[in-house]
Design a protein around this ligand. Structure first.
Ligand code: TRP
Length: 327
């Protein structure tokens, strides 16, 4: 039997942070290494055009994202890693899907509402049809499983709908895609622990995978802990969560106990978290440095990824064109 096929995408935002890692990347590497899936991982630069970055920034961020995915364990011998715009069939299929997707369905998308609110000066049509392009990404490869965090579930459900609308209108062609929901740790911002960790909040809010230990320590020193006291202060919960993900379980237990009897010292927790994260990404940082000096190798990897992806994409689009009657 053919292996199940996985497709997932990540926006090129430059340096990856531990939120990206715990929310998606760690899981991608595990799925890849399980050997049970045929994996496609895509840097979605067409999607990133809906944001506000300059061309130079975007260009730099695409290669940095590739370097960091490789450094984090995406293995081009096991997975197909490529850049979306290298396979232009993504946009052709997205156009075809645009013509079968009701506007009202896209108006419901919560990410569209959030992003429109966040970039009021630039509420472009691309932002609106973003989930349709995402459906095209997935269905171009007839992926059966899409590993994502909770915030993307609505988009994967829309992908199933798009497949259904297409199959009903033309003929049964696209498979039903399932979410592989990652049991993701939801990391919060260091400085504003009510909010999800995100680069858009600013430098001090995130820990990047590439941060040197001294930087991690400095950022954690400024992390917000229990401002009003109380056991479930979100900043403290966040630190303990990070310690659970990256450190020793015994340490988490002892800090939990200290928290209960009031003897907890947040400075100590922060130091332990800093060490745990710094150690966890030591080999990542090394690999990343190496790859920064091997730009040609990285370009070669992306080119051959695009070649592998193109083969499937071209075959799908050829059939789709026939099915919809444009060829
Ligand atoms: N929209 C996703 C995000 O913001 C990125 C993405 C684009 C994606 N295409 C995809 C994820 C296809 C999974 C499958 O994180």
């Amino acid at each position: 039997m053919a292996k199940k096929r996985i497709f997932s995408g990540i926006q090129p935002t430059g340096n990856l942070h531990i939120g990206n890692y715990l929310g998606a990347l760690r899981n991608w590497v595990d799925l890849q290494n399980s050997g049970e899936y045929d994996c496609f991982f895509c840097i979605v630069d067409y999607h990133s055009l809906t944001g506000d970055r300059s061309a130079k920034e975007r260009h730099d961020q695409i290669s940095m994202t590739a370097i960091e995915l490789l450094a984090a364990g995406i293995d081009p011998d096991k997975s197909t890693l490529f850049v979306q715009s290298h396979v232009p069939e993504h946009t052709e299929l997205a156009w075809i899907f645009n013509t079968i997707t009701p506007i009202s369905e896209l108006e419901r998308m919560t990410q569209f509402k959030d992003k429109s609110a966040a970039q009021k000066q630039n509420v472009n049509v691309g932002l609106f049809t973003y989930p349709v392009l995402q459906a095209a990404d997935i269905l171009l490869y007839k992926a059966t499983h899409v590993p994502v965090g909770e915030d993307q579930v609505q988009h994967v459900e829309l992908t199933r709908d798009v497949a259904r609308w297409f199959n009903n209108r033309y003929k049964k062609y696209f498979p039903e895609t399932k979410v592989l929901l990652t049991e993701t740790a939801r990391v919060k911002s260091l400085l504003d622990p009510e909010k999800k960790m995100s680069k858009s909040l600013g430098e001090g809010h995130v820990i990047e995978l590439a941060d040197e230990p001294a930087v991690i320590e400095a950022k954690l020193k400024k992390a917000v802990t229990a401002t009003k006291g109380g056991a479930d202060a979100p900043g403290v919960e966040n630190l303990l969560l990070l310690l659970k993900e990256f450190g020793e379980p015994a340490l988490v237990r002892s800090f939990r106990a200290a928290e209960k009897n009031g003897s907890i010292r947040y400075g100590d927790v922060k130091m332990e978290v800093a060490h745990a994260i710094g150690n966890s990404f030591a080999s990542f940082r090394e690999k990343r440095k190496e790859l920064l000096d091997e730009r040609e190798l990285v370009a070669d990897i992306l080119n051959s990824g695009a070649e592998q992806a193109s083969e499937i994409a071209a075959a799908t689009i050829e059939e789709v064109r026939r099915i919809v009657g444009v060829r």
